[in-house]
Design a protein around this ligand. Structure first.
Ligand code: SF4
Length: 367
């Protein structure tokens, strides 16, 4: 591939779904204490989030519980209206709507939920769930024979074979992994371009998680799907995702290819996440893990000024308490929203030896 071609792939038409400056604040119910307040208080769940989902790639959105990552998935699925920002599908701005326009949108963008038992109706069979999805999206064919074939194709795609063995089962007759495969088959019934997978394996036994992740990876490759993989497990992002974005307290703080972000984390919060996820392969030394910071995520009703991570950050400087850090580009497409990288261009970042990276201010950042 030439440089021009690879640039086209990076920036051009392979982007299916895009969020630009997406923000979501949930207003709180007024209490007696708020009666004289000028402004209504709200939960700042998501602030100024931008991301691109590309055809045939998995993008992981990683963060602790309450960081806003599931809200991003729901905003992209059009389940909540935006407070501000824009979502683009196939390069066209998406106008929030119900009825037909919403159905057209969900035909292309499908959401898979965390709990497959809750997302399947316990009184209906697998056949009912899949037939309904095919009919809603006009993919059931014109007769019984075509419908049976479409149902068998869906179950074959998610490796529930032979299909006849599963079609007439109820959700309680299936294992957790099989239920999640049915939920994925139902999403595929729409023939989507984008799958938004919200913690798709976190409620499954450890022994079957890998099988479901491998299935999603296989679907990405065979169907050329763009997948957003929401997870709190940064180790699984390294294994499964092409690109990793790290979210903290409603903002994305670091991004880049998964290998780089997980093996050479730049942002102190990503270093904290890596340090708390045991992985014998990683480069971070044990004594450095102890310097990565502790504490709890902040309240999103009154998030900290400046960098939201500053109350927990062992490398916080004075300006971190008042000034929001912008995104600083590092080497190989990696970036971090952290003042430590102000003035550290791609070249100086690449020239760093192993173990530490120097900021423009001369401070050292442990890997
Ligand atoms: Fe820490 Fe400051 Fe960087 Fe925030 S901007 S992560 S407080 S060093």
């Amino acid at each position: 591939m030439t440089t021009d071609q690879s640039e086209t792939v990076r920036t051009g038409t392979d982007v299916v779904l895009e969020a630009r400056g997406v923000t979501k604040h949930f207003p709180l119910r007024r209490t007696a204490r708020d009666l004289f307040a000028r402004k209504r208080r709200s939960v700042h769940a998501v602030d100024d989030v931008s991301l691109r989902l590309r055809r045939g790639t998995v993008t992981a959105l990683v963060g602790e519980s309450g960081s806003g990552k599931s809200t991003v998935a729901r905003l992209l699925a059009q389940l909540y209206p935006l407070t501000s920002g824009e979502i683009r599908l196939g390069g066209e701005p998406v106008v929030a709507g119900r009825g037909r326009s919403f159905r057209r949108y969900v035909r292309r963008v499908q959401l898979i939920f965390q709990d497959p038992f809750a997302s399947l109706n316990p009184v209906h069979t697998v056949r009912y769930h899949l037939t309904r999805a095919l009919k809603i999206h006009d993919r059931a064919g014109s007769g019984d024979k075509e419908l049976e074939q479409a149902l068998a194709d869906l179950l074959n795609r998610v490796q529930l074979t032979p299909p006849q063995q599963f079609l007439d089962k109820f959700p309680h007759e299936l294992s957790g992994g099989q239920r999640q495969r049915v939920a994925i088959a139902r999403a595929l019934g729409a023939d989507p371009q984008v799958l938004l997978a919200d913690e798709p394996v976190s409620m499954l036994d450890v022994s079957i998680r890998l099988g479901v992740l491998n299935l999603l990876r296989d679907l990405k490759e065979r169907l050329h799907l763009a997948i957003l993989y929401i997870t709190h497990d940064i180790a699984s992002a390294r294994y499964f995702a092409d690109t990793t974005l790290v979210m903290y307290a409603g903002r994305i703080v670091e991004g880049g290819d998964s290998e780089t972000v997980t093996q050479r984390p730049a942002h102190p919060y990503t270093q904290l996440l890596i340090a708390s996820a045991p992985d014998p392969d990683r480069i971070v030394a044990q004594e450095e893990q102890e310097e990565t910071g502790t504490g709890e995520p902040p309240s999103l009703i009154a998030p900290p000024a400046g960098c939201r991570f500053h109350p927990r950050c062992p490398k916080a400087m004075e300006r971190c308490r008042t000034e929001l850090p912008p995104r600083f580009d590092l080497a190989d497409g990696q970036w971090a929203a952290c003042w430590l990288y102000e003035g550290v261009g791609a070249r100086s970042y690449e020239n760093e030896g192993t173990g530490t990276r120097a900021s423009a201010a001369g401070k050292e950042v442990s890997r």
